[in-house]
Ligand binder design. Structure first.
Ligand code: NAP
Length: 235
């Protein structure tokens, strides 16, 4: 879910290469079609908005039984000083939680008991970065569901990957120069001294999908970003 670009597409590439039959979703038809073409003959795709409960239920029902679901849909990210966060921006940011819940409920109709659910959350949950209260709350909420669902939905396994800053289209709201400066700033204060690539996160997703002894885990793949004191983070 949310597999037509960035982290979701990188995971789809790896899982396809590992022999899985993958079906990806996204809202933009053209982007989806290009991604499916790149993945090759075994892959499928469907334009489904993960906020649309009926369409999501219908999509999963159309697949028949599935083994795994990976949820990488984004929400609207509001980065602003807390005094500037209002009811509308909180509800908009909350779209990511809503999409993840709707996707799981759709998938549960067809997910095999030996299967898995993998959420993609974010470094904002738990990194104490000023200006990120809304995304921290939303990603923290998804991470809080992981152990609950790992027990409630067992034997289905439930995990999350919590990425740091990753070079994807998610950052395209910045112009090229600002993006390069922002990434250089994050790289400088990240212990591994670089921002992530979608493949870094896809490796972790593939591990969680394939390792049948791992459940209830939020796997941080952030280059050590959470270890950096918030006062040194770029503004
Ligand atoms: N990039 C980062 O620095 C970073 C850091 C931490 C966490 N994350 C998280 O990683 C996840 C993937 O982000 P990304 O960086 O790979 O961004 P991306 O390249 O923009 O990919 C987002 C994917 O989700 C799809 N999508 C978005 N909203 C959707 C919806 N309502 N229904 C169905 N599909 C939807 C997009 O396609 P359409 O737009 O066509 O729908 C696209 O395929 C997100 O949850 C993001 O919050 C990213």
């Amino acid at each position: 879910v949310g597999g037509s670009s960035g982290i979701g597409l990188a995971a789809a590439r790896q899982l396809t290469s590992a022999g899985h039959q993958v079906v990806i979703t996204g809202r933009d038809q053209d982007k989806l079609a290009a991604a499916v073409k790149e993945l090759g003959d075994t892959a499928g795709g469907a334009a489904v908005d993960a906020h649309d409960e009926a369409a999501t239920q219908e999509f999963f029902a159309s697949l028949g039984e599935i083994d795994h679901v990976v949820i990488a849909a984004t929400g609207v990210t509001i980065t602003a000083p807390f005094q500037g966060v209002n009811k509308e921006s909180v509800l908009a940011a909350n779209g990511k939680l809503v999409a993840h819940v709707i996707a799981v409920q759709g998938a549960l109709q067809v997910l095999r008991p030996a299967g898995s659910i993998t959420f993609i959350t974010a470094v904002s949950a738990g990194s104490a970065m000023p200006g990120t209260a809304a995304p921290a709350a939303v990603n923290g909420a998804i991470e809080a569901m992981v152990p609950v669902l790992a027990v409630e939905l067992a034997p289905i396994r439930v995990n999350a990957v919590s990425p740091g800053v990753v070079d994807t289209a998610w950052w395209d709201f910045l112009d090229a120069d600002t993006k390069a400066r922002t990434f250089a700033g994050f790289a400088a204060i990240t212990p591994v001294r670089r921002v992530g690539k979608p493949e870094d996160i896809a490796d972790a997703i593939t591990f969680l999908v394939r390792n049948t002894f791992t459940t209830g885990v939020v796997l941080r793949v952030d280059g050590g970003a959470r270890l950096t004191p918030p006062s040194t983070l770029p503004g």
